[in-house]
Structures are given as structure tokens and as C-alpha cells.
Design a protein around this ligand. Structure first.
Ligand code: UDP
Ligand code: MG
Length: 153
């Protein structure tokens, strides 16, 4: 358990196209997690195939990868205590139909093929996904003004 645990969160093409970027970022900010990196990117098909490589034998793999590649995604790294597990709780269940109201999927979507957001499912996946989507120099170090470090004297 660490305050510097990191997870990979991506707003998928449907989330971007439906104008949900702000709502989703707001939830992670207001929970108290810290944004470490963010970019909007239309990933190549090879890139999204690699991202979902664990699902390569599933019947929906081809359609999922084609969809992820069909438009821009907003890729982010969020940091904080238990952010991997709590990020997943904030997302809701894989099937939006089973996601509780109050979760992102439970509030904003209804169908398995259009789940609007990706979140790493373990620390190991988070590390792999962060390395796949971001270069070290894209991860930004900064101090919060809430700790007094940037108050003027
Ligand atoms: N998915 C799908 N059909 C399924 C299961 C998953 O289209 O039967 C899609 C869905 O968009 C999901 C993504 O594949 O978000 C990745 O699946 P995973 O099991 O990793 O779910 P997640 O981690 O996104 O909850
Ligand atoms: Mg997954």
C-alpha cells in the first residue's frame, strides 16, 4: 500500500465523443487522486491490440480493438492510496448493466460494447499499461499547494 500507487485510466472513444471527459476527470479529482499524466491520442490498431493482449482469445477482441482505434481516447495516469482498486470501484462492473448507480458506468452507460472508460485491474496491469501508453518524461512531478509548499512568503 502506497500513496504513490499509480493506475492507468483511459476514456474510450465513446466517452470522448459523448462529452464525458470532464465528468470523469472530476470524479478522480474530487476523490482526492492526483493526475500525473494525461494526453489525447488516437492509438494505432497495433497499440490497442497490445493493450488488450490478455483478451486476444475472446470473441469480442477484434471488435473491441477496432473500436478503441476508431477515435481519440484520453489516456491518464492517476496516483494515490489504493488507486488501482478504488479506480475499479469508481468505474463499476465490466457490464454496465450490473454497475451500480453512482459508479461511472452505472451513471453513464448501458451496454457491454460501449463501456466509456478503461481502468487497470491490478498493480501488475497498471505498470504494464503505464509503460505502454506513456514515456517517463510525460509523467509530471509537482507539489500540491495544499501542502503549503508553494505559498508565497
Ligand atoms: N467487452 C465486450 N464484451 C464482453 C466483455 C468485454 O465488448 O463480453 C469489452 C468492454 O468494452 C470491456 C472491454 O471489452 O470494457 C475489456 O474487457 P474487460 O473484461 O477487461 O473489462 P473491463 O476491465 O473494461 O471492466
Ligand atoms: Mg480489463
Amino acid at each position: 500500500m502506497s500513496n504513490t500507487e499509480r493506475t492507468f485510466i483511459a476514456i474510450k472513444p465513446d466517452g470522448v465523443q459523448r462529452g464525458l471527459v470532464g465528468d470523469i476527470i472530476k470524479r478522480f479529482e474530487q476523490r482526492g487522486f492526483r493526475l500525473v499524466a494525461m494526453k489525447m491520442i488516437q492509438a494505432s490498431e497495433d497499440h490497442v491490440k497490445q493493450h488488450y493482449i490478455d483478451l486476444k482469445d475472446m470473441p469480442f477482441y477484434g471488435g473491441l480493438c477496432a473500436f478503441m482505434h476508431s477515435g481519440p481516447v484520453v489516456a491518464m495516469i492517476w496516483e494515490g492510496l489504493n488507486v488501482v482498486k478504488n479506480g475499479r470501484l469508481m468505474l463499476g462492473e465490466t457490464n454496465p448493466a450490473d454497475s451500480k448507480p453512482g459508479s461511472i458506468r452505472g451513471d453513464f452507460c448501458i451496454t457491454l460494447g460501449r463501456t466509456i472508460i478503461h481502468g487497470s485491474d491490478s498493480l501488475d496491469s497498471a505498470n504494464k499499461e503505464i509503460a505502454l501508453w506513456f514515456k517517463p518524461e510525460e509523467m509530471v512531478e509537482y507539489k500540491s499547494c495544499q501542502n503549503g509548499s508553494c505559498m508565497s512568503k
